[in-house]
Write a protein that binds this ligand. Structure first.
Ligand code: ADP
Ligand code: MG
Length: 389
């Protein structure tokens, strides 16, 4: 991979790239729609992501090219930038803007991006391109940001410069991911534990439904609102700041405070899902993938029935998984309404799984999904440190 990218760089810019960086994408293993409710999530970095090859120039310009998109750009080095339309290079420009506004001294750069990750499918290619750019600038110009600061500034770029409201989980996972570890992350305190996730004979299958996520944003905002309503109702009696401040037992005692039936279902998902993350971490610690798989299925069922963020496409993948004895568990991952599902599949059965899920899904949905197998990889780094070398 690196050789081919180096060739592409040389062809484009007529010189060698002096540095290559890689930032993975992520999947959330369990803990969905929890980040904005102050609870626990459990993402991990995957071995697909975004490469960035770069060489400084003396021309005081930033040149942007991505092998995934046709548009390329050249913009002068200046003290601040505006978002231009909907072009992909808003992401690296947003990061540069942040460095500039914070007084970090930059120099012109020739940059080539390439993502081997499905883009726009819920595997956080956006966090990946933000963090790889931030990491590269930090290293090339000795800007002195800590890894956590890079996470926060990348999230700020996505929220403010790009204009997408997202929690911190994605940027955190792609920056702090560790090989064969899941990150049990408290989205509130940002304390985390890297939980040993030796998948043993299993591989992580990623099934991209290839469904455009049209409804995702408005429904996402609606869920955030519903959780707020539930929280307010519970606060009449409980001294809590987030829904995830209580466990299922407490919730069951107080849930009659929530009058609206829909709001009640949303809150029940959140509280139970947060408890499931704790159980899932224990299961991983015990190397009990059967129990972990059971929790994945329970998570999916809850997202389908209580939180209502799944859909025919994601449900079809999980429905198939349940018929296959070589699958320990499966669930939708990410915000829902399309995007990707994940499954823990016995390694030697992966090819068979892949073939069968494609046939099953295509028959039911009318078009094919894409299926990948991934390892749990490292977070952002220079290419030699990162998993893919
Ligand atoms: P995702 O679920 O993949 O994060 P988003 O819609 O949040 O989906 O982000 C996808 C956008 O991120 C792309 O449309 C593009 O603007 C940018 N992006 C991601 N990866 C790349 C890449 N390799 N090259 C250029 N732009 C990229
Ligand atoms: Mg994204």
């Amino acid at each position: 991979m690196k050789g081919q990218l180096q060739e592409a760089f040389t062809e484009l810019y007529g010189k060698q790239a002096v540095d290559t960086f890689f930032c993975p994408g992520r999947v959330n293993l369990i803990g969905e729609h929890i980040d904005y409710n102050g609870g626990l999530v459990m993402p991990c970095a995957i071995t697909f992501g975004t490469y960035l090859l770069v060489t400084p120039n003396d021309d005081n310009v930033f040149r942007f090219k991505s092998l995934n998109f046709n548009e390329q750009a050249e913009v002068p080095l200046q003290s601040s930038y505006q978002k231009t339309g909907e072009t992909w290079y808003n992401y690296p420009i947003g990061v540069i803007d942040h460095f500039q506004k914070n007084g970090k001294r930059l120099q012109g750069l020739d940059m080539l991006f390439y993502g081997d990750i499905p883009i726009g499918s819920g595997l956080s290619s956006s966090a990946s391109i933000e963090v790889v750019t931030a990491f590269a600038l930090n290293q090339l110009f000795n800007a002195g940001y800590s890894r956590l600061e890079l996470v926060k500034l990348s999230q700020a770029v996505e929220n403010k410069f790009i204009g997408v409201s997202c929690g911190i989980m994605d940027q955190f996972a792609v920056a702090f991911g560790e090989e064969n570890k899941a990150l049990k992350l408290d989205c509130n305190s940002l304390e985390y534990e890297a939980v040993d996730s030796n998948l043993g004979n299993y591989v992580l299958a990623i099934i991209n439904t290839n469904k455009p996520r049209k409804l995702a944003e408005s429904k996402y905002n609606e869920r955030v609102q519903e959780c707020q309503t539930a929280l307010k109702a519970l606060q009449q009696q409980l001294d809590i700041t987030y829904l995830c401040d209580i466990d299922t037992e407490t919730f069951n005692k107080c849930k009659n405070l929530i009058e609206d039936e829909t709001v009640l279902k949303r809150a029940q998902h959140v509280v139970e899902e947060n408890d499931r993350v704790k159980l899932a971490a224990e299961a991983l610690n015990d190397n009990d993938l059967t129990e972990f798989g059971r929790l994945m299925y329970a998570s999916h069922d809850s997202l389908r029935d209580l939180y209502e963020v799944s859909g025919k496409e994601l449900d079809t993948v999980v429905e198939y998984a349940k018929t296959n004895p070589d699958v320990a568990g499966a669930r939708m991952t990410g915000a829902g309404f399309g995007g990707c599902a994940i499954a823990l599949v016995e390694g030697s059965a992966f090819e068979q799984f892949s073939k069968e899920v494609i046939v099953y899904y295509t028959n039911k949905v009318g078009y094919a999904p894409a299926v990948y197998s991934s390892l749990i990889g490292n977070g952002v780094g220079t290419l030699n440190e990162a998993v893919k070398s």
